[in-house]
Design a protein around this ligand. Structure first.
Ligand code: ACM
Length: 267
């Protein structure tokens, strides 16, 4: 299966230009699954919820339509996050589009920093979508720091976790290696590059998009600045082998009777 990432630097507020760039990057590319960065069409650093509301879209919106059409034009499944508007709420919504349709939708559950002031936390369960027999799980950026996110996707059968991101902290690319090892899954983390200076803040995004294999090997990783697409061949069925040794199974060896505190009252 040919999978990969498109790492680039979206221009804040310029959906038309961002869509043209994504379409150019993907033109002529042969792949089954491509992951774009988080909020690839709008950029990230909104001044206020009011500003975000102006960019966020309902299901008929420009980015929804673009992603559906892109999946039709390229023949690849496309995963990306966009700003979704539902009434006065805005979600950081991850879509999996294939053959011109939305096949799965997930709304970012764990909001990062200022996102808490402008986005509404996701209200949909973690989701795994069957794509021609390959099971694809969705999470968005800061979900990585909660190991429960990747674990739930693995328990739901995900073989490949797609992870659109706008990373600013340096830890995630390393942490995702552990997420892959502890769950026996592939992960495609697509980050953006560049800097946004708005709302009196400046954020530098760290790049380092990567595809990691179930035993933690980094199959491909971008550098901190480059823009471009990387596609590699993987065998998703490698994620079905959950044996760590002949006697240790990543899922079946869990001792859930000792894990009750995980979901109990805080501290
Ligand atoms: C992030 O969740 N965009 C860091």
């Amino acid at each position: 299966m040919r999978v990969g990432y498109l790492q680039f630097g979206p221009l804040f507020g310029s959906k038309k230009e961002n869509h043209e760039r994504v379409a150019d990057f993907l033109s002529g590319v042969k792949a089954h699954l491509i992951v774009l960065p988080e909020l690839y069409s709008t950029g990230y650093l909104f001044e206020s919820k009011q500003e975000l509301l102006g960019f966020a879209e309902d299901e008929g919106g420009e980015s929804f339509n673009f992603l559906k059409q892109l999946s039709r034009d390229t023949g690849a499944a496309i995963v990306a996050s966009i700003a979704e508007r539902v009434g006065e709420d805005c979600y950081n919504t991850c879509l999996l589009c294939s053959e011109g349709e939305i096949k799965a939708k997930y709304r970012k559950i764990h909001l990062f920093d200022r996102e808490k002031e402008i986005f509404t936390p996701g209200n949909l369960p973690f989701t795994v979508c069957d794509l021609d027999g390959v099971r694809i799980g969705l999470m968005v950026c800061f979900d990585w720091i909660f190991p429960e996110s990747a674990r739930i996707l693995a328990l739901k059968g995900a073989q490949i976790i797609c992870h659109p991101s706008n990373l600013v902290l340096p830890y995630c690319p390393r942490a995702m290696i552990t997420r892959c090892i502890e769950n026996g899954v592939f992960a495609i983390t697509t980050n953006r590059v560049g800097t946004e200076a708005r709302a009196g803040l400046e954020l530098k995004f760290i790049g380092l998009s990567q595809v990691v294999a179930p035993r933690g090997d980094i199959l491909v990783r971008a550098d901190e600045e480059e823009e471009g697409i990387r596609i590699i061949d993987i065998d998703p069925s490698l994620a079905d082998d959950k044996m760590v040794t002949q006697r240790n199974h990543l899922i079946e060896d869990r001792r859930v009777e000792f894990y009750g505190d995980l979901c109990g009252p805080d501290r």
